[in-house]
Design a protein around this ligand. Structure first.
Ligand SMILES: N[C@@H](CCC(=O)N[C@@H](CS)C(=O)NCC(=O)O)C(=O)O
Length: 110
């Protein structure tokens, strides 16, 4: 992945085409960062299908997602095409029930 615009388009495509999209370090089976691991575990607990992209596999995407969301760190979770946040926010939204509502709304839509 090279040109800045191509990277941004690639990210936009992933976000638009996956109802639950997680940019993380590592993958679902083998997260390579504790923060990413927490978000994976929370999503697995909710038993919703989700897609991941391993930013460690592509430095341009690793930097590109930070610009795309104006968010400086990974993991980054999108639900229904909307940026949700990183590990702290996901954990908080899981605890207060907001995450479940968002996941239900996004995954119930046809
Ligand atoms: N407080 C953050 C923690 C995430 C974090 O600090 N991530 C770091 C270490 S994995 C990061 O992405 N650093 C920039 C980078 O690795 O490119 C959250 O809630 O997600």
């Amino acid at each position: 992945m090279q040109a800045h615009e191509d990277v941004q388009k690639f990210i936009a495509h992933l976000v638009a085409n996956n109802k639950v999209m997680l940019f993380m370090k590592g993958n679902k089976s083998f997260p390579q960062c504790g923060f990413s691991a927490v978000v994976v575990e929370i999503l697995k607990k909710h038993a919703v299908p989700f897609e991941t992209f391993n930013v460690l596999s592509d430095p341009a995407v690793r930097e590109g997602v930070k610009q795309f969301a104006s968010w400086p760190t990974i993991p980054q979770l999108y639900i229904g095409g909307e940026f949700v946040g990183g590990c702290d926010i996901v954990r908080e939204m899981d605890a207060n029930g907001e995450l479940e509502s968002k996941l239900k709304a996004a995954t119930a839509a046809a």
